[in-house]
Design a protein around this ligand. Structure first.
Ligand code: MIC
Ligand code: SF4
Length: 645
């Protein structure tokens, strides 16, 4: 029986477990990446593990998220990460060099290799045939220390692409169509593998847009084959030697199949407030808009910028619209300057931002009250833009650019004829903003630079014998990590200070939650399905840990967040009968008797007694050998200290 590409790469990296769907496996990790919003914590964790030098083939620390330095905190974090990188064998991509996923694809990614990153959009690397997975910071720290990364051996979904995109219909529309069909929960436990004749019509940046936003499906990752097009891209980056062909066997067997005829697609938009709330542009109509933002790790490649410049040429941004453009990397920005694209954009009235995440993570450019903003980004969760009642639509760069000119949502096919946009044969390569680490001999002399905002990892304790605690919060379905631990210019600088950032935990849903949870000392959160979707931020587990959350009981979890809860030593519980969700109210006191003994004995079916109502609620606590030991130890940090010597 033939193998899928995903299986081939996973099997070649298997270090623990059996390649059986649904079972936990450990894989060897070749490369890691971190960004600064999750990186400071990941490196504090790495330091706490006491491993002197990374054991991966390549680890890169990027500064791209917290680049608004409206106080000392972010700059201190940058300095800290730079010094840790230098000491421990990690390459340091300085602020200004670009968004981690864009730069990694351009400069470091290698087909057939494994990559984990402390950022949920790490699957961007799947655009060149890597198994690239988003993970919590602690998992990345462990991988840097040479430890395996654990995932559930996934189901593989085959997305067969046929045909060719029509003019002005783009890769963004492909992934929006996949989201429309599968939803934000549709990819949980699965890898999305793209195959078929249509693949050959897509360039690497287009493939990367699709794998990047595959994160919004909840998928473990997404992957394209590595073929001649990949080879050309890597050669143009001066890295042709790292290319290898990567593809599925012809008789590979998949678990599910989705067929997409590229020729039949039309321009789409994800409407507020979910990336799967997808409609055709025709269905939405000529919506008047206030703002347009072009950029983010989904759509900030040179190819995207070439299209945008073509559309803006000789035009002026509509008087009622603010247009912001953030090119994805220094390379992109520099080539835009050389090719004259930048001057076209400036002429049209675009506000050029630095090569960083910027508005995507609420770092500036929040829209006006109730403002309608078209963004080429990947997430439009409530409040993420920094404006609580902002209405964010996710669209392609083509659609964004023409709409910025017209002042209303516009079908890009109205532009008329589309020229052939071809990528240059050689990109402008200059890695001077990537600082290599110190040699092993010099490393001992490198001083770690810590600022006053950098506080250590919260206290942990081994799992208690029994847990009796009140429900401090009850929330509904599809809670994102942006609800649990919001980001934005005010809160992001506190990413290395868990006591301070915890004061914002869940404030999007309930402003009084942090104070209440802290006062209770210990408590439990109850939630609906797909709890913890979105970002990989482990702060969405560390803040609850700091606030005394002992267990989270929900209908279902998103993958990365569930892993982060376990890593933080918080019990992840799911209802056996979803209807029991209705029987619990905020304030009820729940009891898990002898929970430590039961988990230690490998029991997965537990009973929660609602001592307020007397009702017994069957719950599942699905822990395997390793995750069981992590929970018993009080989290992955304690477990690793014991095991990774
Ligand atoms: C995001 O897009 O939400 C982020 C910011 O990149 C996060 C990471 C973070 O919260 O630091 C992600 O996607 O993992
Ligand atoms: Fe940065 Fe936005 Fe991409 Fe997250 S999704 S890595 S915030 S550009």
């Amino acid at each position: 029986m033939g193998l899928t590409l995903t299986e081939k790469i996973l099997r070649a990296h298997l270090v623990d477990g059996e390649p059986v769907k649904g079972q936990e496996i450990g894989i060897r990790i070749d490369q890691t990446l971190t960004q600064d919003a999750t990186g400071t914590m990941a490196y504090l964790e790495f330091e706490a593990m006491g491993v002197p030098r990374v054991r991966t083939e390549r680890s890169v620390a990027y500064i791209d998220h917290n680049t608004l330095q409206n106080g000392f905190e972010n700059a201190d974090d940058h300095r800290f990460i730079g010094s840790v990188a230098k000491k421990h064998g990690i390459y340091f991509s300085r602020p200004g060099n670009g968004i981690c996923h864009q730069v990694h694809l351009e400069r470091f990614g290698i087909p057939g290799k494994t990559l984990i990153g402390s950022d949920s959009h790490t699957p961007t690397g799947g655009g060149i045939g890597m198994i690239a997975i988003g993970a919590g910071g602690l998992d990345v720290a462990v991988a840097m220390g040479g430890g395996a990364y654990y995932i559930t051996y996934p189901k593989i979904v085959k997305v067969e692409l046929t045909g060719k995109l029509s003019p002005w219909v783009s890769a963004k529309d492909v992934i929006l169509e996949v989201l429309r069909r599968l939803s934000v929960k549709g990819g949980v436990g699965k890898v999305i593998e793209y195959v078929g004749e249509g693949v050959k019509t897509l360039s690497v940046p287009e493939r990367a847009t699709i794998t990047n936003m595959g994160a919004e499906l909840g998928a473990t990752t997404s992957i394209f084959p590595s073929d001649e097009i990949t080879k050309q891209f890597l050669e143009a980056q001066g890295r042709g030697e790292v290319w290898t062909e990567q593809k599925a066997d012809d008789d590979a067997v998949y678990d599910e199949e989705v067929n997409i005829d590229l020729s039949a697609l039309e321009p789409l938009a994800a409407c507020p407030h979910s990336p799967d709330n997808v409609k055709t542009v025709a269905e939405i109509g000529k919506l008047k808009i206030d703002q347009v933002c072009i950029g983010s790790c989904t759509n900030s490649s040179l190819l995207d910028m070439m299209k945008v410049a073509h559309i803006l040429k000789g035009k002026t941004v509509h008087p009622d619209v603010s247009l912001a453009i953030a090119p994805g990397s220094k390379q992109v920005l520099n080539m835009m300057a050389d090719m004259g694209l930048l001057s076209i954009m400036i002429d049209a009235g675009a506000r050029i931002l630095e090569s960083a995440c910027g508005p995507c993570i609420g770092m500036g450019q929040s829209p006006n009250s109730g403002g309608i903003s078209l963004r080429t980004f990947n997430r439009n969760f409530l409040g993420r833009s920094g404006t609580k009642d902002g209405q964010i639509y996710l669209v392609s760069p083509e659609l964004a650019a023409i709409s910025a000119v017209n002042g209303c949502l516009t079908d890009p096919r109205e532009i008329g004829e589309m020229p052939a946009f071809t990528l240059p044969e050689k990109f402008k390569v200059n890695d001077n903003m990537v600082t290599p680490p110190a040699s092993e001999a010099e490393a001992a002399d490198v001083q770690i630079l810590r600022g006053p905002n950098i506080k250590s990892y919260p206290d942990t304790a081994p799992l208690e014998m029994s847990i009796t605690a009140p429900v401090s919060l009850k929330v509904g379905d599809n809670i994102t990590t942006d609800h649990i631990m919001p980001a934005g210019a005010k809160i992001l600088p506190l990413r290395s200070n868990i006591p301070a950032i915890s004061q914002y935990c869940f404030t999007v849903c309930d402003e009084s939650f942090p104070a209440r949870a802290k006062a209770l000392g210990k408590s439990i959160i109850v939630g609906g399905s797909n709890y913890g979707q979105g970002s990989s931020r482990e702060h969405a587990a560390l803040a609850p840990l700091y606030l005394g959350i002992k267990a989270v009981l929900v209908k279902s979890f998103a993958r990365i967040h569930r892993a982060n809860l376990i890593n933080a030593g918080i019990l992840p519980l799911t209802f056996v009968n979803e209807a029991d969700y209705d029987s619990i109210s905020e304030g009820d006191v729940l009891k898990l008797a002898k929970v430590r003994d039961k988990i230690a004995a490998g029991e997965q079916e537990l009973v929660v007694v609602n001592t307020t109502t007397g009702k017994e609620i069957p719950v599942l606590c699905e822990l395997t050998g390793r995750t069981k030991d992590i929970i018993l130890a009080g989290g992955l940090l304690d477990y690793t200290r014991e095991n990774l010597k």
